[in-house]
Design a protein around this ligand. Sequence first.
Ligand SMILES: [Ca+2]
Length: 445
Amino acid sequence: MRGTKQLNRMSLLVAAFFLVGLGLAWPLVAVEAVPEKVAGASHCVRSGATGTGDGSDWTNAYPALPAKLVRGDTYYVADGQYPRHRFEDAEDGDKYITVKKAIEADHGPTAGWKKEYGDGVARFRTIQFMKGHYRFDGQVGGGPGSWTTGHGFEVFHPKGGTMIQILESGPPHKPQRANYIEIRHVNAQCPSIDVKGCAVYGCTGRYTNITISHCYFHDMFGAPLAIINWHDFLFEYNCVARNKCTPAWHSEAVSSRGCTRITYRYNWWENIQGTGIIMHMSGDATDWAVYGNVFLDTGKPPLGSTAHGVVADNQNGSAKRIKIYNNTIVGIRGICSGFRFFKGAGEIEVANNLWYDCKARAHMSRLTHDHNTYIRTKPPGKKTRAHDKVLEDHPFKNPGKSDFHLTRPTAPGKKLPAPYDKDMFGNPRGADGVWDRGAFEFMRK
Ligand SMILES: [Ca+2]
């Protein structure tokens, strides 16, 4: 592809000089302005490849990701087992390095390709990002409808530990930075809930513009996400399930410190044990949006348990401008199925959420709340808000099978601006006249 691009530019230059030679005006600047919309080169990576190993096609694929990758290029990875990889390629402006699962529909070079290279999983033995501008994309699996299946990439270590680490500890006086990292369609897990581990750990530097989507982080002893000093973080369409917490080893689904401009939307959180599910542990938290999620305890072991709340703080630091809208909260046990910010510093709003069958009361602390529905769940206080509903009958399709789609509209929710105006399937909220409560919008036909 590079060759083609150079050839095209050469041809244009030759044409330009030819035209200038003819006395026709063709300012050279016009040639320079030709858009360089040409992607970088594509390389093939295939475990067990026995060709020349130069990555040029599927016969001569690299047997593993090379230690040094080229900025702007794409590396397609076939099914198979791969060693640990540490991404530490010098950055070059905003040029990404893309590492994609090779699939039948998108596998770069065609020579030597076999479709059985692309119908399974590429499994890495831990991943480390020491620089920014990377895309690590399993391409398939995960998200609504296939929360736990089909992920193109897997990160697994038989002894547990950190699966995906962003930055190693550096000197405290000079924190490193990791910016612009996308992690998609990745299944990361420990061998069992009794093995200590973390799916994504980034606690030693400063982190901005990170996206994690369509991943499945599950079955580990500890917090699946441990993040400190993250800013502009989007966490969407992921499933986080089954962790373990003990008095000696506290945990939650997300252990967050000093994070700002964070969105948790359209995720499925299941059977989480700990202080809470999404926990602000210390430092100052501002501008969080938590919407369109399902927080569920199935009632089957390993059971979840929350102490402070579904989204809460740990009585340290402050929390300000937190929006918690349109979540479905089911079966939560422990002490609190609500949202508590003991150090709430204002502009924290909870609306349009739908509780069902939670054993823990939906306590709220230091926030404003209304337009919520509590079904077989104790509301925050004896006096409900003007637009709250406390009900016995549920409106779900099949809660026994964790299907919380609605069979009928709920009491009208509060109308909110974009981006809160769609559910996880993109259904517009309120288009049928009723903005429903909970994660799933009911669409009247
Ligand atoms: Ca509706």
